[in-house]
Design a protein around this ligand. Structure first.
Ligand code: PEP
Length: 248
């Protein structure tokens, strides 16, 4: 785990306004964040430019989604080129809410993966099983097929940070136990070893997401295959700094 820089993403989802973002941005800018953690926050699309302009340049900014084309008749969507044009570096792809509220398929997420990377935007693709899939013993089958749809579209893994987010743990207050999370992280790393390359398996950060908080982050952060977090609810609160510092 030590050769991989700890990474914490904050997914603000469809929350906030300029006033509330000012508060989070100043908390992050004030310091107190361990410089050994790579930090990226993800505001809603209308605020990408605003947050990028105000936030310390050491902190990255991610869009929460984008389309697989540069421009055109795709009402309501945004492109990787637009993300870059407002100075942002990252995009989250295949978040469980994109998959399960908006019906995005593995195929589409794969196409978005290829296009974002080829456009020069770094990606945080998300995988994770639903509770009924876990209970049916299908966790590995689901996360491996989601990961394959992404991996088939990646040439250079240096621009990819993978997130494992069990759907039953997102926004529910139910966290995977450190052992449950570590088990899937280790299996994902083995999958990368066997299906991509040993070098990629060793170097790619795998984040855990799902109700991460100040109170559970330290134990999770000690697991050998957990290289950081993707944080929803708690990334809107001052405790986000404690999560950034989970390894300090
Ligand atoms: C997320 O949105 O990626 C997430 C993990 O949300 P929460 O931390 O609120 O469960």
């Amino acid at each position: 785990a030590d050769q991989r820089k700890f990474f914490v993403g904050g997914n603000w989802k469809m929350n906030g306004n300029k006033a509330s973002m000012d508060v989070i941005v100043s908390t992050l800018n004030e310091g107190g964040c361990n410089p050994n953690t790579e930090v990226v926050v993800s505001p809603p699309a209308p605020y990408l430019d605003y947050v990028r302009q105000k936030l310390d340049k050491r902190i990255g900014v991610a869009a929460q989604n984008c389309y697989k084309a540069e421009k055109g008749a795709f009402t309501g969507d945004i492109s990787p080129q637009m993300i870059k044009d407002v100075g942002c570096e990252w995009v989250i792809l295949g978040h469980s809410e994109r998959r399960h509220v908006f019906g995005e398929s593995n195929q589409l997420i794969g196409e978005k993966t290829a296009f974002a990377l080829q456009s020069g935007v770094k990606i945080i693709p998300c995988v994770g099983e639903k509770i009924e899939e876990r209970e049916a013993g299908k966790t590995e089958e689901v996360v491996f097929s989601q990961t394959k749809a992404i991996a088939d579209n990646v040439k250079d893994w240096t621009n990819v940070v993978l997130a494992y987010e069990p759907v039953w743990a997102i926004g529910t207050g139910k966290t995977a136990s450190p052992a449950q999370a570590q088990e899937i992280h280790a299996k994902l790393r083995k999958w990368l070893n066997d299906n991509v390359s040993p070098a990629v398996a060793k170097s790619v950060r795998i984040l855990y997401g799902g109700s991460v908080s100040a109170s559970n982050c330290r134990e999770l952060a000690q697991q050998p295959d957990i290289d950081g977090f993707l944080v929803g609810g708690a990334s809107l609160k001052p405790e986000f700094v404690q999560i950034i510092n989970a390894r300090s």
